[in-house]
Design a protein around this ligand. Structure first.
Ligand code: NAD
Length: 260
């Protein structure tokens, strides 16, 4: 279905982004990975994914806080694979603290990585997508793109921002063969959330598993974590012909979090 298409997935060296890259590669897409981490581990991840899927898998180490590196990631994707058909803006970080104590540098980094980087990638990718007359842009937002929680001011602001940016991108590209949508996950047990579970366990003086259960009970009525693989499947659906007329939406995959 997506055979021969080319994707850039930001923040795909671990967690949700890596599962999304895998789901695309399993659907015949050549993928440019991106993200931070140990160089040897990233090369192993890249090589394993290429071997496992038989697709061409590249890696670009752009820091999503730096415009020139972000633009270069888009251009190198086109240079390496001949096009950029699918752009997944997924890179993200979190910091949990009340506003009065929130370090300004953390605010700036979260807004830069979780929101502004998507503007830079989209701006650089759109001319290529318009030229080919086909494109899929999928932004990893969050339940926190629709509702708030205390102590996550920068994250909630960035995720609400990306939901708005998704809608504008959808309107500006409507009718051009390009769609732009957001996926809004609830709790997914990746590194980003594991750190929050551990902090909660420490605060409450309980076990990590009790803290995980408490976090689900507070927010996610299904009482189960979303898996990265499920999000990969949702991404592939949004890239499929069935989703040609889906644009500008936030697709919640949150076990009912935002239903109440
Ligand atoms: P993760 O920490 O496993 O992955 C984050 C990825 O972003 C990694 O590849 C990391 O290297 C990359 N990254 C971080 N800073 C970067 C930078 N400056 N430049 C380039 N890459 C950078 O976390 P995850 O849970 O897989 O998060 C992926 C996305 O999903 C994020 O946007 C996050 O906000 C969103 N999300 C996660 C959850 C969840 O419960 N885990 C829920 C909703 C939304």
């Amino acid at each position: 279905m997506l055979n021969g298409k080319v994707a850039l997935v930001t923040g795909s060296t671990s967690g949700i982004g890596l599962a999304m890259a895998r789901a695309l590669a399993q659907s015949g897409v050549n993928v440019m990975l991106n993200g931070l981490g140990d160089a040897d581990e990233i090369e192993k991840t890249r090589a394993d994914l290429a071997q496992e899927t038989g697709q061409e898998i590249g890696y670009h180490g752009a820091n999503m806080m730096k415009e020139d590196e972000i633009v270069d990631a888009v251009e190198q994707t086109v240079k390496t694979f001949g096009s950029i058909d699918i752009l997944v803006n997924n890179a993200g970080i979190q910091h949990v603290s009340k506003i009065e104590d929130f370090p300004t540098a953390k605010w700036d980094a979260i807004i830069a990585i979780n929101l502004t980087s998507a503007f830079h990638t989209t701006k650089a990718a759109l001319p290529h997508m318009r030229k080919s007359g086909w494109g899929r842009i999928v932004n990893t937002a969050s339940a926190h793109g629709l509702v708030a929680s205390p102590f996550k001011s920068a994250y909630v602001a960035a995720k609400h921002g990306i939901v708005g940016f998704t809608k504008v991108t959808a309107l500006e590209t409507a009718g051009a063969g390009i769609t732009c949508n957001a996926i809004n996950p609830g709790w997914v047990r990746t590194e980003l959330v594991e750190r929050q579970i551990e902090a909660t366990a420490k605060d409450k003086g309980c076990t990590v598993e009790q803290a995980a259960a408490d976090m689900l009970a507070e927010k996610q009525p299904s009482m189960d974590f979303v898996t990265p693989e499920q999000l990969g499947g949702v991404l592939v659906f949004l890239c499929s012909p069935s989703a040609d007329q889906i644009t500008g939406i936030s697709l919640s995959v949150d076990g009912g979090w935002t239903a109440r």
